[in-house]
Design a protein around this ligand. Structure first.
Ligand SMILES: [Zn+2]
Length: 624
């Protein structure tokens, strides 16, 4: 396991701003969304750079923000705005707040930057037809290639300027996923990747060698349908993720080795969206390339009308497993009043804010959200001026800072585990179904109040006999991983396969129907449901359970309710681990929530009665 940078303990973050005013002016917009700034821009922007607001926000516990720095117009064009950031950094530091400088990795505003870099076009990513790739339909933003040495060297200059001239505490690298790029650099790198990773081209794709191969066209999977028969599409995705990992590691190492381990890196690969094959990120090949990773998607924690839970728990748990903290920037949407379709909005009710913050604390040992300094779209008003936002932040962040060491800077412990294995993400990438089958598996465990950890193929040998291993659709499954699963079953691990297993190998080759790998037909220890012994038993549904141990050896059972729109007067809880015995201490930022009693049943299980449970509480059991 990778250990977290200890300097990062007690992070309470908020967005400050992304963009220099020039971006907001150049982009403009004809939609009303969180991300655009209309005629109120100058007053709002001025207030963000002043002392008053950062002072107030630090007063409720915020200790890290990210602020505009480099948007891709160039160091020369952006120098005056960077000077404003430098002044803001001084003010923030006076209030004990660290500032990360925003660095855009996906766009070069060539109309401005050509003045500074006349051969800028050489850095760009290329479409399949060789044309320069642009950021969506923003024709005025060229996309850089992650294989461009010149682009990386320029970013290092930007980083150096940020530390030495601007006083930044670290960087927020936005859009940290590679563009689909068919430039000659990437063609060569792709061939080298294939030569290194595919040992038998004749057998896997009918070619004697890869010397003449080129990157395949981007698959528009919503049009192409659920299937294809081209292993190069799988290899292209793997190559992009390896290229991304290398790129981010080089940046991370540069920041840490040049400017010290206390300089912070946060990157935003748009984690958790419906496009694993295009954007996405394979965290298993990414460790030690960031301190924080942003999960920016639409999975705002909630209970759907049909009772399903939609959460960010998988991202937070992956962070615990791979050694980074998650900065969550998920968005709710609503119809835009201007009639341009659904647009991102900011929650204004305390229940949504409380469950969002509680989720980060419990699962990710972090508090905060992307709202407090967002414009209210009227003069210099921001969300923090809304008493619901200010009071909830003060209450919840205060609770986090007071109890963090005991309740949240902990080690997750559980007897159930879900396997993170990526072959199916790449193989079954139609609408990212393979990736989302993994997310769906975690949501099922969340909804059934099963405490669990995420394990990888490397961890399988250490899963103890008697524990439960959940496989969330492994329809693309290598022989190696199959062997590790069979060994775990033989050792006494219970295995719960969900969805399909083993229909194809890791390169997409279909298996014969009687192959025992399909459905794990000869593997011992299969179960068809989560056995009750692995669940926390609750008198009400829709409550998630997470279990951890703190540095003092105390065992903690956290409860969190995504559908927190009412208060449960009486809640009965029966933990599923013998460490949860005796009378626990109950802690909650909801003061009306309390422990009414704990009694021991004849079978040895502890039964707890909780009063007035709404969003979240933590039950702390003394070590036995
Ligand atoms: Zn390229």
């Amino acid at each position: 396991m990778v250990s977290l940078n200890l300097l990062l303990v007690a992070t309470v973050w908020t967005y400050w701003n992304h963009e220099p005013a020039d971006h907001l002016r150049r982009m403009s917009s004809c939609a009303s969304t969180v991300f655009t700034v209309g005629e109120w821009l100058p007053r709002w922007y001025d207030r963000l750079h002043g002392d008053e607001l950062i002072g107030k926000v630090s007063g409720v516990g915020v200790d890290m923000v990210y602020c505009h720095f480099f948007k891709g117009f160039g160091l020369e064009h952006e120098r005056a705005e960077m000077a404003r950031t430098r002044d803001f950094v001084r003010k923030a530091h006076a209030h004990g707040v660290k500032v990360l400088g925003y660095c855009q990795l996906a766009s070069l505003y060539w109309e401005a930057m050509l003045d500074e870099v006349p051969d800028l076009e050489k850095w760009t990513a290329r479409n399949y037809d060789g044309s320069v790739s642009t950021y969506g339909n923003h024709y005025y933003r060229w996309e850089p290639c992650f294989g461009s040495r010149e682009f990386m060297d320029y970013l290092k200059k930007v980083v150096r300027y940020g530390v030495e001239e601007t006083g930044l505490d670290g960087f927020y690298f936005d859009n940290s996923y590679p563009r689909y790029c068919c430039c000659e650099r990437c063609q060569t790198a792709f061939r080298q990747f294939l030569e290194k990773t595919v040992s038998n081209p004749r057998e896997t794709c009918g070619l004697a060698h890869f010397r003449n191969v080129r990157l395949p066209p981007k698959l528009e999977q919503s049009e192409a349908g659920p299937e294809w028969h081209d292993p190069f599409q799988i290899w292209r995705q793997r190559f992009h993720h390896v290229q991304q990992a290398r790129f981010l590691k080089e940046l991370f190492d540069y920041v840490k080795e040049t400017f010290g381990p206390d300089k912070i890196t946060l990157h935003n690969p748009a984690y958790g969206r419906n496009n694993f094959e295009r954007a996405g990120l394979d965290v298993a090949i990414q460790p030690k390339s960031c301190d924080f990773m942003m999960a920016e998607n639409s999975r705002v924690i909630r209970a759907a009308p049909d009772g399903r839970l939609i959460t960010q728990v998988a991202a937070y748990k992956l962070g615990r497993r791979f050694g980074f903290k998650v900065v969550e920037s998920s968005w709710m949407t609503a119809q835009d009043a201007g009639g341009t379709g659904p647009q991102a909005i900011i929650p204004r009710d305390a229940d949504t804010l409380k469950r969002f913050y509680a989720q980060g604390m419990i699962y990710g040992d972090i508090a905060g959200g992307p709202w407090l300094a967002r414009t209210a779209k009227h003069g210099d008003r921001v969300m923090f001026d809304d008493p619901v936002h200010a009071d909830t932040a003060a209450n919840v962040f205060g609770f986090f800072r007071k109890h963090e060491a005991r309740l949240f800077a902990t080690t997750p412990v559980a007897r159930a585990h879900i396997l993170y294995a990526t072959d199916t993400f790449y193989g079954w990438s139609y609408e990212a179904k393979g990736f989302h089958s993994f997310i769906d598996g975690t949501e099922r465990l969340n909804a059934e109040a099963v405490p669990y950890t995420i394990v990888t193929e490397q961890d399988l040998a250490e899963v103890p006999s008697g524990d439960l291993l959940v496989l969330s659709d492994l329809r693309f499954l290598s022989k190696n991983l199959y062997g590790a699963l069979a060994a775990a079953g033989a050792r006494g691990v219970k295995i719960l396969p969900l969805g399909q297993v083993g229909l194809f190998d890791e390169n997409g080759k279909e298996r014969a129907a009687d192959d025992p790998i399909i459905g794990l037909s000869r593997v011992k220890g299969l179960v068809s449901d989560v056995p009750p012994a692995f669940k926390v038993s609750l008198s009400a549904g829709g409550i998630m359970a997470e279990t951890q141990v703190n540095a003092k050896g105390e065992y903690i059972l956290h409860l969190l309710r995504p559908g927190n729109d009412s208060t449960i007067g009486e809640l009965t809880v029966v933990p599923c681990d013998p460490r949860a015995s005796g009378t626990p201490e109950l802690l909650s930022f909801e003061k009306e929530c309390s422990l009414d009693g704990a009694k021991r049943e004849a079978d040895g299980r502890t039964v707890l009665a909780i009063r007035n449970f709404r969003t979240a509480c933590s039950l702390v059991f003394r070590p036995r």
